[in-house]
Write a protein that binds this ligand. Sequence first.
Ligand code: ADP
Ligand code: MG
Length: 689
Amino acid sequence: MISNKLVIEKLPVSKVTGVTSQKAALLQELGVQTVLDLLWLAPSRFEDFRIQPWTEVRDGEKVTLNANIQGVPVLSRYGGKRSRVMARFFSDPISFQAVWFNQPFMQPLLQGSGEWMLTGKWDARLRQLTVSACERMDAGHTSVRAGTVQPVYPLVAGLTQGWVRKVMQIALEKFATHAVEWIPEEWLARLGLLGISDAFVGLHQPRDHAHGQAARKRFAYEECFMFQSRLFASKQANKKTGEGIAMSIDREAVRHMVLELPFKLTTGQKYVIKDILEDLEAPSIMQRLLQGDVGSGKTVVAAVAAYAAFTADAQSAFMVPTELLAEQQARAMKKFLQPHGVEVALLTGSTTERNRRELLAGLQLGLIHVLIGTHALIQDDVHFRKLGFVVIDEQHRFGVQQRATLREKGLAPDVLTMTATPIPRTLAITIWGDLDVSTLREKPAGRQPIETFWLRHDQLMSAIQRVKESLSEGRQLYVICPLIEESEMLDVQNAVDTQIQFQQALSSYVVGLLHGRLTNAEKEGVMRQFVDGTIHALVSTTVVEVGVDVPNATEMIILDSDRFGLSQLHQLRGRVGRGIHRSRCWLIADPKSENGKQRMQAMTDTEDGFEIARRDLELRGPGDYFGTKQSGIPTFRFVDVLLDAGIMEQARDDVADLWRDGKIWTDPQFSELRGRMNALQIVEQRMKD
Ligand code: ADP
Ligand code: MG
């Protein structure tokens, strides 16, 4: 039997009285095709047209008044389409001026006497109301909005608020009340969710704020549930196909290689390596995210995994976002791997044509085992003999695109994505539900904490004095500035000036300069001098942001640090505190905004990358935090990935329960849900078996 619920899902929106084919086309631009889509079209906000007494009216705020016309409306035009209608009104006991901007048609409507509802912004000093909405209220006029709270819908040209409200009202009466519930009674109670009909009403015409919130929560849960079901189904399908490579790793050789590392692995590193090796040996495709704070030692994990792949006769690719980083990772990988007969090569945009040809040939023949480079290394004319393992490092974009590229090339290597911008576990599940997540919580032993200070610009000299103590002990310094060759608009110090300024202040030391306008060879030269200690202090833009590893550098001064985001500051700070010496970070900023102050405060409060990430998300919101839509984060209608992390986790557990016990297939109380998932083609895969 097909339920009403499914009918609503399939029923075209034109079945709602008043929706002509022309209007239906316009609604489609809003993503509305079916009656259910229409009911899901949530108001972006509500407009309050409840009449207020003067005692509640506040200067500069929006008010709704009930008032009578007192004077003759006056229209003034001033150039182009700009105009103003002014009229005197009386609302007991105050007489005031009402103003309509650019609505000349209001003048004739305001002639004569009459009672009106006026909504607008109140200016107490001028005794003036700038009207944004109005409606005639005296006898003979039916006022629709006065005294009510009205939903405000997203619109496209050709649709009006009034029309959408009317159509929604019809849809609510005719369809929402008959909607069939797919969540079993028992679950609704357990989760404290509204039933479906009540939730539709709450979405569009909430009795109060709490009702509206509860409605959203119910639909957010629905969305999370379906999202997690999809992830679960695709993961199951993925496991079954087993199209990945099952490597036969020489475990004994790996153990040997680990013993020969220059340090002992932390317990966390050992666990992560164990998981990765098991994934490599399994026939399914590994999709694992390794998140670990800056300096937690992710590179060596990747190196051991690449070595394991090598023992199974598989090649590895190591993708990093910048050339500078690629060079550094290549150095690290060579150090770890070359003693064990692994051939490591570097491929970047500045590899000469001759070297490139040679390298590509070696790769195709399998003479090169590990290739490191920027993202171009899995594209173009790069052919591996047998690519088995891919590492995507410091990738804020989550490697979604890269995975797609690999698949397009018909390759199915195991993929490890490493990120130093750890995010809360709940959020990781939300976004990477189809990835396994490993976390490096501890840092290698012997790491010194980083002391962080926040100083004003006029205290910079005192910071420099303190830094000099460290320099005299042989340590090194980073000075970070926000921009190079500033745009006229932003008054930021540029790196060139800063270098001169610091060279003066630190006259007995060599102060180097690194910025994005240098050629790669120049950058590399400067970095090499910093690594070998001929440069004592390095003034740099954010090109040193990720991954640079100079353990002897223990001091960092970040100028105009309020110009950086919190995660970025944490990344930068992670360049120090990498050796055995005490480290310090000096934030120089006079933030004007509250947000800026909070960022500085967060940095001095904690060194924990997870805590920093949490606060960053809080301050910025997920949209900003993850960048644009390209980040591969699903877009939701009702779910706020940050605030609703709890709901997402709940849904994930519920989905796992249902599928694990097979309840979804047998239990009659889930028949509605089954039908719904069928309609969304979520269970298709399973049905094929
Ligand atoms: P990140 O996770 O930020 O990429 P790295 O991999 O660059 O961190 O590691 C930071 C530094 O710590 C490197 O110099 C690395 O060689 C070193 N390191 C990694 N693991 C350990 C360990 N178990 N013990 C001591 N030092 C380690
Ligand atoms: Mg790293």
